[in-house]
Each structure stands twice: as structure tokens, then as C-alpha cells.
Design a protein around this ligand. Structure first.
Ligand code: FES
Length: 101
């Protein structure tokens, strides 16, 4: 099911924004024109990925430097470990997140 997240113009390219959607803490990222939504809780020890640094499509957790691909949620050192990733779409300037993964 799709839920409204933000207006497209609220986030610049390379920007990230923590959000609460349907009770879930999400992190919405705009990169190279696309929008990506992942859980804002690191699967290691729940640190907020919104406080991490973003380089290309990789976000680094601020607590212990684990690296995740924002497109798939995969932990780069062990791809079977993932942060939940959600589908996004833009319709008429509004960004929606699909909460059914
Ligand atoms: S809590 Fe994210 S790497 Fe440890």
C-alpha cells in the first residue's frame, strides 16, 4: 500500500530526511534523481541511519560504520543482512512509499 511521504521539492539531490510513515521510522533519500526509502534503524544495533554519511548509493551507519546499499538495503560485507528497503514512486510532485516490502 502506498503512503504519501513528502513533496518532491522538499528534498534536494544527495539529501536525506527521516520520516515517520505508518508508525515506521523511515529514511528517505534522493540520489541521482531517484528516491530511495529504507528503515531508519540499523539492523546491527538500531542506530539511526539518518545520522550517517551518504556517498553515492552507500550509507554508512554512524555507530559502527556498517555500509548499506540504499537501493536494496543490503549490508555490503554480508548481503544476506539487510536494512528493510521500500519502493518509492513520484506522482504529480508527491513522493509515495510502498510499505509492503
Ligand atoms: S548500529 Fe549500525 S553499525 Fe552498529
Amino acid at each position: 500500500m502506498w503512503f504519501f511521504a513528502i513533496n518532491e521539492n522538499e528534498l534536494d539531490d544527495g539529501g536525506k530526511k527521516p520520516l515517520l510513515v505508518e508508525g515506521e521510522k523511515l529514511l528517505l533519500i534522493r540520489q541521482e534523481g531517484g528516491f530511495y526509502a529504507i528503515s531508519n534503524k540499523c539492523p546491527h544495533m538500531d542506530c539511526p541511519l539518518s545520522k550517517g554519511s551518504l556517498e553515492g548509493f552507500v550509507i554508512k551507519c554512524p555507530c559502527h560504520d556498517w555500509l548499506f546499499d540504499i537501493r536494496s538495503g543490503e549490508f555490503l560485507n554480508a548481503r544476506e543482512i539487510k536494512v528493510p528497503a521500500y519502493g518509492t514512486k513520484v506522482t504529480e510532485g508527491k513522493v509515495y512509499v510502498n510499505m509492503e516490502r
